[in-house]
Design a protein around this ligand. Structure first.
Ligand code: PLP
Length: 392
């Protein structure tokens, strides 16, 4: 099919909830993808932080096809090996106690919210279900995770939203204290606000917020859907902060391209979910779990160290270009935000770059890069060249 054929089917038969760029992608290898006309693009998006090992990684492919040929799905009424192994790997490398699996970031956060509310209910009874989240956060698109998202533009159309969320300013302890009350059970944060514009949280604020949680017997919930699974140069971003979360959600990059996610809990919260209190048909699906096992094995200390080096390299190169439309960069590892200067919009710049053969993302008012963690120096340089030539 040509680009026009696909676009016409989309126009007629698909609900128009996305503002798509005018490209139909067909296949990829590493951090390079090709459209249906055979045009090549360097991929600085990894499908929004999902294809962590790049496209068509050989070992990943074998893990997925091997499991697909054995047992694709059998439900959570039975034990299977792949999900049990992923759970063990995640806990062994984070110090968390156990895991509940789902299929997406929003679902992972729903599980984390349910876990916090039931934890509090089991200890204190009703009336203590409020969760404090931060302004400018993003936690997902279900009715409840939209309510958890601290951005007014997401609180529209779908009324009534789930109650029980209050918002505090990031990096402002007084604002967090002002949001507290007898009804609160938890604080939920992203360590680097992703969709909000790649804004890392202040260490000192986080340390004090964690202390406040202990003092008030609130749970500290960390949404690592975007920052997790090697993206920031450690398996999870919280491992680079001086905190011990009670629960951590993950999704996006965990299975290298398949829908998978979940929430890890610490020792204190390990018994919250009991048979029948939470579940999902696809959660822990053998194919996605086999893919996740493979992704986690590949993310060894070497690869994680490379993520930091590559992130530093990209940021330094971009800042040294001194492009008129771009300002400072920020972020952690291969989660990079680039400021867009006044007079330009991130959407226009992204459209120009994509047209020139470089896939990039926007976040908040800036540009955002989430390349595959395995991106090569050569691919980075080709992408940087396109960036320089297009935006000079
Ligand atoms: C992407 C994202 C989500 C939502 O994940 P979905 O898989 O789209 O449901 C939640 N939280 C954060 C921090 C995200 O980046």
């Amino acid at each position: 099919m040509t680009f026009e054929d696909i676009k016409n089917l989309d126009e007629q038969y698909v609900m128009h909830s996305y503002g798509r760029f005018p490209v139909a992608l067909d296949h990829g290898k590493g951090a390079t993808v090709w459209d249906v006309d055979g045009r090549e693009y360097i991929d600085f998006t990894a499908g929004i932080g999902v294809t962590s090992l790049g496209h068509a990684d050989q070992g990943w492919l074998e893990a997925v096809t091997g499991q697909a040929a054995k047992l694709a799905h059998i439900s959570n009424l039975f034990y299977t090996e792949p999900y049990a192994k992923v759970a063990q790997k995640l806990c062994a490398r984070t110090g968390m106690a156990n895991v509940m699996f789902g299929n997406s970031g929003a679902e992972a956060n729903e599980a984390m919210i349910k876990l916090a509310r039931k934890w509090s209910f089991d200890r204190y009874g009703k009336g203590r279900g409020t969760i404090i989240t931060l302004h400018n956060s993003f936690h997902g698109r279900t009715v409840t995770t939209l309510a958890a998202t601290g951005q007014d533009k997401f609180h529209n159309y779908f009324f009534p939203f789930t109650e029980g969320f209050r918002y505090a300013q990031a990096n402002d302890l007084a604002s967090l204290e002002a949001a507290s009350g007898d009804d609160v059970c938890a604080v939920m944060v992203e360590l680097v606000q992703g969709e909000g514009g790649v804004l890392p949280l202040d260490r000192e604020f986080l340390r004090k917020a964690a202390d406040l949680c202990v003092k008030r017997d609130w749970l500290l919930l960390v949404d690592e859907v975007q920052t997790g699974v090697g993206r920031t140069g450690s398996l999870f971003a919280f491992q680079q902060y001086d905190i011990e979360p009670d629960a951590v959600s993950f999704a996006k990059g965990i299975a290298g391209g398949l829908p998978f996610g979940g929430v890890m809990a610490n020792e204190k919260c390990r018994e919250v979910f009991t048979p029948g209190t939470h579940g999902t048909t696809f959660g822990g699906n053998p194919i996605a779990a086999a893919a996740a096992c493979y992704v986690l094995d590949r993310l060894d200390s070497d690869l994680l160290a490379q993520v930091k080096e590559k992130g530093d390299y990209l940021r330094t190169q971009i800042e040294e270009m001194g492009l008129p439309c771009l300002g400072r960069t920020r972020g952690m590892g291969l989660m990079i935000g680039i400021e867009v200067k006044e007079g330009w919009t991130n959407r226009d710049l992204a459209a120009k770059l994509i047209d020139a053969g470089l896939l990039v993302l926007t976040a908040g008012p800036g540009l955002r890069l989430l390349p595959p963690l395995t991106i090569t120096r050569e691919e980075m340089d080709r992408g940087l060249n396109i960036l320089k030539e297009t935006l000079s």
